[in-house]
Write a protein that binds this ligand. Structure first.
Ligand SMILES: *[C@@H]1O[C@H](CO)[C@@H](O)[C@H](O)[C@H]1NC(C)=O
Ligand SMILES: *[C@@H]1O[C@H](CO)[C@@H](O)[C@H](O)[C@H]1NC(C)=O
Length: 366
């Protein structure tokens, strides 16, 4: 009785799904079969032994608060989050990789990120931000910061309030397409090796602004409006510093002597600025530190090896001694020294007798 009803239900369900599918195809929806199977909640994923959650594309308006609090990766990209506040991430202070790109984030309350001291990479690209939360520059492990495709009109002003040098060891910074007319001053950035300021209406840029970035290896200047001579100077100087410049401006890398001569008076090498020297000093001190550390490590390793070797030698000798002592005592057991004298309790001095014959002799004498 139950069986047919059950079957009928299944058939109905399947039919329903088919009808929906057909209808949607007829209507021209592109996202259909995947949309039907799309998860409605965050998926727990383990990546490189880290606990991660994939919450991308779930129409979220807020940060979910029911995930495991020891998560290290949190992907909240492609949602509809507008505001972040101090409570948004208080549960998730272990997070290392946080993806918030393609949302509608406008307002970030002060100190929203302050407690995220494990954070190494943050992507806030493609939102509606006017600035970068200042506390990010104080996070002790933050290496990669992506803020591309926002309208950062307030960034330059906010950067004047930064505690310089900043604490965050920023290595990669993307400010592409952020409506910047000038490059803000972040102070000395000794770790920065990749800077992306492409697609900004930069009308002025000076080689001195790259002095605090003494480790810069890659600069994307594509689609900027830097005057040609400034562009030539920057390109020449940074190439001399072994950086790779991406630029689609046709005259920035002079191909012909005539192109270079236009700006000839500007290209006299500038004396190294104090920012550059300070940046290099930080790098050199660190290098010395690591060298000193590795020297100490080698010395300790040497001492430890000596101790171990010495102990092995000691142990070996100890073993050998013990063995020869044992051998000696074994000899005693194997060839026992014959008992020559036997004391008899009577107090009478008995004659020295041969071992084994004593009883007989005593008996004889009795
Ligand atoms: C710079 O940013 C733009 C826009 O996000 C991107 O297309 C480009 O690939 C980036 N450049 C580099 C060198 O990563
Ligand atoms: C620079 O932009 C041009 C288009 O404006 C593009 O063709 C080129 O691939 C870009 N180069 C890089 C390195 O992003």
């Amino acid at each position: 009785m139950i069986q047919p009803k059950f079957k009928g239900e299944r058939v109905l369900l399947a039919l329903g799904a088919l009808v929906t599918l057909t209808l949607s195809f007829a209507n021209g929806f592109a996202t259909l079969p995947t949309d039907v199977a799309k998860p409605q909640h965050c998926l727990l994923e383990r990546i490189y032994k880290m606990v991660g959650y994939n919450c991308a594309n779930l129409n979220l308006k807020e940060i979910p608060q029911s995930l495991k609090s020891n998560l290290q990766i949190l992907d909240l990209s492609f949602n509809r989050i507008r505001d972040l506040n101090k409570q948004s991430f208080t549960r998730y202070t272990d997070v290392k990789y946080l993806y918030l790109f393609e949302n509608m984030i406008q307002n970030i309350e002060e100190d929203t990120f302050s407690e995220l001291t494990s954070l190494e990479a943050l992507d806030l690209s493609s939102n509606a931000l006017k600035s970068i939360p200042i506390e990010l520059f104080s996070l002790p492990l933050l290496r990669n910061l992506y803020v591309a495709h926002n309208v950062l009109h307030d960034l330059e002003q906010d950067c004047t309030q930064l505690d310089k040098p900043i604490k965050a060891p920023i290595q990669i910074l993307s400010l592409a397409d952020c409506w910047l007319t000038r490059l803000p001053n972040f102070g000395i950035l000794p770790d920065l090796w990749q800077l992306n300021i492409s697609s900004n209406p930069l009308t002025e840029l000076d080689i001195d602004q790259f002095a605090p970035m003494c480790n810069l290896r890659s600069l994307d200047l594509n689609n900027t409006q830097i005057p040609i001579c400034a562009c030539q100077t920057i390109t020449a100087d940074l190439i001399a510093r072994r950086a790779k410049i991406l630029n689609n401006h046709p005259h920035c890398t002079p191909l012909f002597a005539t192109e270079q001569s236009i700006c000839a008076q500007d290209t006299s090498p500038a004396p190294p600025s104090t920012d550059f020297q300070q940046c290099m000093e930080i790098r050199n001190t660190r290098k010395l530190d690591t060298e000193a550390k590795s020297a100490w490590f080698k010395i300790s390793l040497g001492v430890l090896t000596c101790i171990v070797l010495f102990s092995i030698v000691l142990y070996y000798f100890h073993k050998r001694n013990a063995k020869s002592m044992k051998d000696n005592s074994n000899k005693h057991v194997k060839n026992p020294v014959p008992i020559n004298r036997v004391m008899v309790p009577s107090g009478e001095e008995l004659p020295i007798v041969e071992n084994g014959n004593r009883t007989k002799l005593i008996l004889d004498s009795d």
